[in-house]
Design a protein around this ligand. Structure first.
Ligand code: HEM
Length: 128
């Protein structure tokens, strides 16, 4: 028997939607993050739902529509400082709380997101 994926353990599409819908309103209120994002956040939310679905072991929705994620390359146009990565993770922590993601699967999600967020840093603090 295959072990369940993170996607299956959190409850699939419904959980992804809850996380993403809790996350972006927080991003848009965060003074370090808001200036990087477009006013119309809906398309970004749709991409993030597809990405997190596959990142957590669900169907490869992001790659089917957008090709290889190349996340670091796709973030290069935006000056991502260590403090912006921290702010992103802070918004995500609150979103995971809102979506009631708890227990062992939460720890797994958290360590993967921390790793990926630090990988996105492309600008030293003083150059922001
Ligand atoms: C896109 C910021 C970390 C996943 C974006 C965009 C910005 C951004 C400004 C572009 C929005 C637009 O379309 O105009 C940041 C910042 C981060 C961060 C400041 C702090 C570290 C992450 C992490 C992930 C992620 C950790 C995944 C776990 C994505 C995805 C997109 C995206 C999937 C859409 C890419 C596409 O255009 O297809 N992000 N991001 N980001 N981000 Fe991040």
């Amino acid at each position: 028997q295959k072990p369940l994926t993170i996607y299956e353990r959190i409850g699939g599409e419904h959980a992804i939607t809850r996380i993403v819908e809790a996350f972006y309103p927080r991003v848009q209120k965060n003074p370090l993050l808001a200036p990087l994002f477009p006013e119309d956040i809906q398309p970004v939310m749709e991409k993030q739902k597809r990405f997190l679905t596959q990142f957590f072991g669900g169907p490869p929705l992001y790659s089917q529509q957008h090709g290889h994620p190349r996340l670091r390359a796709r973030h290069l146009p935006f000056p991502i400082t260590p403090s912006r990565a921290e702010a992103w993770l802070h918004c995500m922590k609150e979103a995971l709380d809102d979506a009631e993601i708890q227990g062992e699967v939460r720890q797994e999600i958290w360590s993967r997101l921390c790793f990926t967020a630090s990988h996105m840093v492309n600008t030293p603090e003083e150059n922001q």
